[in-house]
Design a protein around this ligand. Structure first.
Ligand code: NAP
Ligand code: ZN
Length: 348
């Protein structure tokens, strides 16, 4: 066991504070990683504040991890000490169910192990995430990261990047498709960049007029305010796809009405409170309301390689670990451009 430095929340109402956790000695199939950067996802906040229920304290969040390999187990062949690697939202799965065999470990039928606040596959421990100096992960759940791109800007690709890339690929979104992205935050800004890179005509739907110029710089072709009911009426029957990244309760039907016939609204945001979905916007127009969870390991590697090839990274605001509580407050106010990333050197 190695006792390492971390930042943890000890209860839903208390700020994150310095903490120590035990990391296992790397086993035969394990890779030990010194964490350089960790992105701050809104899921970290939902979990720390127990908004989804089930948080086990103390909890060390963080699932947008980039670092360097420090040690490997004897069976590890893909990595060696010094390699630059990434770890995303999950670190293990059963490995033998149909979904695991199909490279869809995130939908493991026996329950995948998330990077934090999640039981290990042997159910003996609860995982702790990337707001820490080191992490030990099975080789099969570690990603190759190109040194070509600035690593702090790569970290958010491990969640915000793959969460938006995976549905774009699954629903075969392509040149000529009219795609709306709802909410310009961490996921939203990656959805805009990735959809635009695939040739889609992208519209940003936001409550924040101050974000219009940024949306265009990120690659959006249009910007529409969702707070203006007349504007929303004008946009009816307009889009082939809507990618919804909103983190708080909102009315899905307002957006469903903006879809064309056979249009698909893809829910990525995970508000803690349910919303009623009326039948009529679905029936009228044969529209679909669907969801998507991150992406499998193979697809995450494909996304990282795609981003390296196309020069796509996240727009980040760097923070030190002691600024994490302030960063949470600013994220809740949708005041971040467009992902906070912790420089983990500040933990020392
Ligand atoms: P974020 O950076 O906080 O962005 C959320 C954006 O939603 C905000 O910037 C804001 O954009 C908009 N928004 C916030 N409150 C709103 C409200 N009350 N009504 C309308 N719009 C609102 O969050 P994130 O890290 O991108 O995460 C977004 C959500 O996705 C979270 O719920 C997170 O847990 C979830 N998530 C899901 C997956 C998955 O696999 N499906 C993966 C990661 C995260 P504007 O200012 O432009 O309106
Ligand atoms: Zn995330």
């Amino acid at each position: 066991m190695n006792n390492v430095k971390a930042y943890a929340a000890k209860a839903a109402e208390t700020p994150l504070a310095p903490h120590h956790i035990d990391r296992r000695e790397p086993g035969a199939d394990d890779v030990e990683i010194k964490i350089l950067y960790c992105g701050v996802c809104h899921s970290d906040i939902h979990t720390v504040r127990n908004e989804w229920g089930g948080t086990q304290y103390p909890v060390v969040p963080g699932h947008e991890i980039v670092g360097k390999v420090t040690r490997i187990g004897e069976n590890v062949t893909k990595f060696k000490a010094g390699d630059t690697v990434g770890v995303g939202c999950f670190v293990d799965s059963c490995g033998h169910c149909d979904n695991c065999k199909d490279d869809l470990e995130q939908y493991c039928e026996n329950g995948h192990t998330q990077t934090y606040n999640s039981p290990s596959q042997d159910k003996k421990t609860i995982t702790q995430g990337g707001y820490s100096s080191h992490i030990v992960v099975k080789e099969g759940f570690v990603l190759n990261v190109s040194d070509k791109l600035p690593l702090e800007k790569v970290a958010p690709l491990l969640c915000a990047g793959i969460t938006t890339y995976s549905p774009l690929k699954h629903w075969n979104i392509k040149a000529g498709d009219k795609v709306a992205v709802v909410g310009l935050g961490g996921l939203g800004h990656m959805a805009v960049k990735l959809a635009a890179s695939m040739g889609a005509e992208v519209t940003m739907l936001s409550r924040s007029p101050s974000k219009e110029k940024d949306a265009q710089e990120l690659g959006a072709h249009h910007f529409e305010l969702t707070t203006d009911p007349e504007n929303m009426k004008k946009l009816a029957n307009n889009f082939n796809f809507i990618i919804d990244t909103v983190s708080a309760e909102h009315d899905y039907s307002e957006y469903l009405n903006l879809l064309r016939t056979d249009g698909v609204m893809i829910v990525l945001g995970a508000p803690p409170t349910p919303s009623a979905v009326p039948a009529f916007p679905l029936i009228l127009g044969r529209r679909s309301l669907v969801g998507s969870l991150v992406g499998g390991i193979k697809e995450t590697q494909e996304m990282l390689d795609y981003c390296a090839e196309h020069g796509i990274t996240s727009d980040v605001e760097m923070i030190t670990i002691d600024q994490i509580n302030e960063a949470y407050e600013r994220t809740l106010k949708a005041d971040v451009k467009y992902r906070f990333v912790i420089d983990m050197a500040s933990l020392n």
